[in-house]
Design a protein around this ligand. Structure first.
Ligand code: OFO
Length: 171
């Protein structure tokens, strides 16, 4: 059985995963209407789907442990961006925010002595490490590319290679 603080914190995380899914959907849609960013577009559509699967995993866990998972309200995320670099900076910023929220949850699970939740959350800890790695790699690459159109072409063409096995596995 989940304690009230744990249930509330898990539901807050459900909300955060839903917000992540929306944020990346907006990035996919913005990228799709820019010329030549098919790779980036596919990347964010896939990323958005993944975040939804993270949300569902939490919902199922809360309910299986005798709690009640609340379906979150949706707020409109940022929908327009100054540049492709701006998109990836937002992506990294968002992942860092999610990681810190997961860390707080892990901490709470220990103070509440909820070892089942602690165990469940390890998957998210690993997932966030991988997502931060991907987001950092991509923002670094874009920094290198700068205004070089040829570099951007290659970045878009090769972006899926940077997701790594972990990203695909979590779907
Ligand atoms: Fe849910 O994995 Fe990132 O945010």
């Amino acid at each position: 059985m989940l304690s009230k603080p744990i249930q509330d914190a898990l539901n807050k995380q459900v909300q955060m995963e839903a917000e992540s899914s929306q944020a990346y959907l907006a990035m996919a849609s913005w990228s799709e209407i820019q010329p030549g960013l098919q790779g980036v577009t596919d990347f964010f559509y896939q990323q958005s789907d993944e975040e939804r699967s993270h949300m569902l995993k939490l919902i199922r866990f809360i309910n299986e442990r005798g709690g009640f998972a609340l379906t979150p309200a949706l707020e409109q995320p940022i929908v327009t961006f100054k540049s492709i670099k701006n998109v990836f900076d937002e992506f990294l910023k968002h992942e860092l925010k999610v990681s810190s929220s997961i860390n707080e949850l892990v901490h709470l699970s220990l103070t509440e002595k909820d070892y089942a939740t602690h165990n469940f959350l390890q998957w998210y800890v690993n997932e966030q490490m991988e997502e931060e790695r991907v987001a950092r790699t991509l923002t670094d690459k874009l920094q290198l590319v700068g205004d070089d159109k040829g570099g951007l072409y290659l970045f878009d063409r090769d972006i899926m290679n940077f997701r790594g096995a972990e990203g695909k596995k979590s779907q």
